[in-house]
Design a protein around this ligand. Structure first.
Ligand SMILES: *Cc1c(COP(=O)(O)O)cnc(C)c1O
Length: 360
């Protein structure tokens, strides 16, 4: 059996060392020393001034919408994980979907202005598979129309553009540190902003809006994370360059072995480094995809239709809108097994099976 993803796990004794400290201090959650240490080490690693460690990547988006006081319509992408859209609806706002660029698979900035109405207050865009959106074009549109920008950067850990972290773009960027992500703390998320006042507000929101012993500054929620999760984040951070190098070599092998496949890969931003978070292929047709997937399922090689279906046409709580490029790509894109412990032999096997089905 080959699964589509597998979490990275560090040597157990290295995690255990952090647990010894937790037992000594008996401080389990509520922004303890390990959570603070993780924030410091991540700021250092990512060359960022501010960030917050929160419960998960979903609450990070909700807190961002809340902190920026966004209401009304939010322009967003239909080609993302469900959380990108559900957070908008959960916060009482209306998602307005704009189609994607067929090469980058990120929101197409040339189509954003047509979707702006007097109710629009923000743009929420995803760096799909870690591939940066056209952040410069989005910034120009946002400034012109006085809109806030949030990036769902759940996939984008370690991506830099023009030598600076992709997390620096937008009013707020959010990241997920979920176990299935490239770098994880089991469950976890990050909120990044350059604005120190906004960061302060977010830190109150993370803790029920409590701003002092007997005072509340705003409406908050429980967005805190625990010492146990921070410990996993700290342990895994020591392996981040090893994880990156391994994934890079796995991707290169897939590239080589799948040369004959009738498929293309998303076009990566020309000023950004790749973080090798996923290995998606856009197949020639949905028919070929279904044939490949069915045969692979039989052999217990699990692939995932990610992202499928389009968020604009598949949610029971929203009106259905078929955006042509998203509909087309979502039907033809398949994420192949891709994780740290995947072996070269497994990639050879997966590639062989795919090519055989195609050429049959
Ligand atoms: C994983 C993911 C999220 C949600 O993150 P969680 O940590 O699982 O809550 C949001 N957006 C995208 C694009 C994701 O892939």
């Amino acid at each position: 059996m080959i699964s589509v993803t597998q979490p990275f796990l560090p040597p157990q004794e290295e995690y255990q060392k952090y647990l010894d400290g937790i037992w000594k201090r008996n401080w389990l959650t509520n922004m303890g020393p390990l959570a603070s240490q993780l924030e410091m080490e991540l700021k250092d690693h990512l060359k960022l001034k501010h960030l917050l460690f929160v419960t998960n990547g979903t609450i990070a988006i909700q807190m961002a919408i809340k902190a920026l006081e966004i209401t009304g319509e939010i322009i967003t992408t239909p080609f993302s994980f469900i959380a990108t859209t559900s957070c908008v609806v959960w916060e009482g706002c209306t998602p307005v979907f704009v189609d994607i660029n067929p090469q980058s698979l990120c929101i197409d900035p040339t189509k954003i202005e047509d979707a702006i109405t007097e109710k629009t207050s923000a743009i929420l865009a995803t760096h799909v598979y870690g591939n940066p959106c056209d952040v410069e074009a989005i910034e120009i549109i946002a400034k012109k129309h006085n809109l806030k920008v949030i990036y769902d950067a759940a996939h984008a850990f370690g991506v830099e553009i023009n030598g600076k972290s992709i997390f620096e773009y937008g009013d707020i960027s959010t990241c997920s540190l979920h176990a299935t992500k490239l770098y994880h703390s089991i469950e976890g998320g990050l909120i990044i902003t350059k604005d120190s006042e906004l960061l302060k507000k977010l830190s109150f929101i993370r803790n029920f809006g409590i701003s002092g012993f007997d005072s509340f500054s705003e409406l908050g929620i429980n967005g805190k994370n625990s010492e146990f999760h921070a410990a996993m984040g700290l342990t895994n951070l020591k392996y981040i360059s090893k994880i990156h190098d391994k994934r890079k070599s796995l991707a290169a092998l897939y590239d080589e072995k799948l040369k004959g496949l009738k498929a293309i890969k998303p076009l990566w931003h020309n000023k950004a480094n790749e973080n090798f978070a996923y290995y998606p292929v856009i197949l020639e047709s949905e028919e070929l995809l279904l044939k490949i997937k069915a045969e692979m399922d039989k052999q217990e090689i699990f692939t995932r239709r990610y992202f499928y279906p389009s968020l604009a046409s598949a949610l029971p709580y929203l009106p259905k809108l078929e955006l042509p490029i998203t509909e087309d790509i979502a039907k033809r894109i398949l994420c192949l097994p891709f994780y740290y412990d995947l072996t070269l032999e497994e990639i050879e096997l997966i590639s062989r099976v795919m090519l055989r089905i195609q050429n049959n």
